[in-house]
Design a protein around this ligand. Structure first.
Ligand code: HPA
Length: 277
């Protein structure tokens, strides 16, 4: 029997008793280092969390790190599972629901992405204003569990306006340029063809990647506020003469990670001030 998120939440509570995280963070390709800054961490490997899909890709540690970041109680997913690894889409909802059950009402998603916008160069950061789901899959398809949310959740504000404003303030405080744009999610695992990229640009996308949207859908379904940031690791297929590779995503992602980590810490410190006031 597939464990339900309640069982996973109980396992998390047993390993970190009396700890109630407010913010869940999903740290994507090359971005997992932020979890090392968590104070008084309790670290749980995904394999010890019933129902958590395993992260099999290089650059994804596969650990849940609980503790404080900039004064905020957080749960950091250091690495994630992707649809292209063969997980059923519904499995990607499981960690998000478990984190909702342990108290997280806010989800911050990060990812590595290719740019379709010639102004968003590798090394830059893009905050998602909206997304297009091109994966053909949805983690909340199937029998609806009313306990988590309605059958037909509204997605007019997938990425929360207040969180976006707070991220923009944090970026401007640090002097970091934070681009804003639309993310198109594909199933992968192949990189796109140049023709696909031209088509996606006509659809209005600024960045393309293989993650984030499933988690956003699961989180919005269960009433969490969501923010997401892409670390742009490459210009998308056909925009340069270069061939694309995962190693390039890891290398460029690691460079942009410094800015992204600082941005998230500044954002969280503002968050703790707002929570206290
Ligand atoms: N396409 C899809 N996913 C990606 C890319 C890309 O160009 N770069 C990093 N993740």
């Amino acid at each position: 029997m597939v464990p339900n998120p309640q069982q996973t939440a109980e396992t998390i509570h047993a390993k970190a008793p009396m700890f109630n995280p407010h913010v869940a963070l999903v740290l994507g390709t090359g971005i997992g280092g932020l979890a090392d800054a968590v104070e008084n961490p309790v670290v749980i490997n995904y394999e010890d969390l019933p129902g958590f899909p395993q992260a099999t890709v290089k650059g994804h540690a596969g650990r849940l790190v609980l503790g404080h970041l900039a004064g905020v109680p957080v749960a950091c997913m250091q690495g994630r599972a992707h649809l292209y690894e063969g997980h059923p889409a519904s499995d990607l909802a499981h960690p998000i629901r478990a984190l909702r059950l342990v108290g997280c009402d806010t989800l911050v998603l990060t990812n590595a992405a290719g740019s379709l916008n010639a102004d968003f160069l590798p090394g830059s950061l893009m905050m998602l204003t909206d997304h297009i789901n091109m994966t053909g899959l949805n983690p909340i398809a199937g029998t609806n569990n009313e306990h988590f949310g309605p059958r037909f959740p509204d997605m007019t504000e997938a990425y929360d306006q207040d969180l976006r404003r707070q991220l923009a303030v944090a970026a401007s405080t640090l002097g970091i340029t934070l681009q804003e744009g639309i993310y198109i999610a594909v199933l992968g695992p192949n990189f796109e063809t140049p023709a696909e990229i031209r088509a996606f640009r006509i659809l209005g996308a600024d960045a393309v990647g293989m993650s984030t949207v499933p988690e956003c859908l699961a989180a919005r379904h269960c009433g969490m506020r969501v923010a997401a940031i892409s670390s742009i690791t490459n210009l998308a297929a056909g925009m340069t003469h270069e061939k694309l590779s995962h190693d390039q995503s890891l290398t460029v992602g690691a460079e942009a990670a410094k800015d992204l980590n600082n941005l998230l810490l500044e954002f969280l410190s503002g968050f703790s001030r707002e929570t206290v006031s």
